[in-house]
Design a protein around this ligand. Structure first.
Ligand SMILES: [Zn+2]
Length: 259
């Protein structure tokens, strides 16, 4: 579908936003829709709307569930879940603060995804958005996320798959508590640090194999639906199910059948 209008490098699409759930205009002021194609009402961006679609699709009762989100930025899907789901808890990680403590002003709990203080089988859903490219030990984080999920629960997350035709590549590693850079340091915005978040892994599609090797099957969803403002690079949503395999979709969903 062509844009409803395009002039001076500005694209607009009429549609319906899955996050604020209303008719809206999606507007981009540059061709990198991933960051620029915003809902004029809620300011959400395509990967947030893709995650919302996945959440609505696989867990339509999410408002009644226990959800943990790590490292949210309070707009888009995070803001919506926080406002509408009483069972939502959110965490950030600040190494300087005690683990498990709740920040007195900001309300987040301090948790290292790879070494969490949460009890086991506590959550139905864990959400992370563009976090897994910043973890030094994404496999340990996955083991921990799965430990905290109940049977039938899932980790829904976005992560940029930047290596379309090559295997994943590590950019940075920790050796004896020191960061070792294998490639020039690259940072993304970090809600709790002005330093930004170091990119530790450039992920390829083998992320599914790497994380499924924890015994928890992972599958990838690519949503493209410009009528809901979902079109951009790097908006894949990964769903990791707490093992043993239990496919909540049933066997009739051929392309997303995990069995
Ligand atoms: Zn919206």
């Amino acid at each position: 579908m062509p844009p409803d209008s395009k002039d001076d490098n500005c694209w607009t699409f009429e549609g319906h936003c899955p996050i604020c759930e209303r008719a809206t205009i999606f507007r981009a002021d540059n061709a990198w829709f991933r960051d620029s194609l915003k809902c004029e009402h809620c300011g959400s961006i395509p990967r947030e709307r893709a995650l919302m679609r996945a959440l609505d699709m696989f867990f339509p009762q999410w408002r009644e569930l226990a959800i943990h989100e790590s490292s949210p930025v309070f707009r888009g899907v995070s803001k919506k879940i926080r406002e509408q789901c009483p069972g939502y808890v959110f965490t950030q990680f600040d190494e300087a603060l005690p683990r498990g403590a709740v920040h007195p002003q900001l309300g987040w709990r301090n948790e290292d995804l790879a070494h969490q203080t949460f009890d086991s089988s506590l959550f139905d859903i864990v959400v992370t958005q563009d976090v897994f490219e910043h973890l030094f030990d994404p496999v340990a984080a996955t083991h921990e996320i799965m430990r905290t999920l109940r049977s039938g629960g899932a980790h829904l997350f976005t992560v940029p798959i930047v290596r379309k035709n090559e295997p994943s590549r590590r950019r940075a590693w920790i050796v004896n508590d020191q960061t070792v850079h294998l490639l020039p340091a690259e940072y993304h915005g970090n809600p709790v640090s002005n330093l930004g978040a170091l990119v530790t892994v450039d992920w390829g599609y083998d992320i599914l194999r790497v994380l499924s090797a924890t015994g928890n099957p992972h599958a990838m969803l690519y949503v493209d639906d410009i009528a809901q403002g979902i079109r951009a690079e790097y908006i894949e949503v990964i769903v990791g199910y707490r093992g043993p395999i239990e496919n909540p979709l049933g066997s009739h969903h051929g392309t997303f059948n995990l069995a």
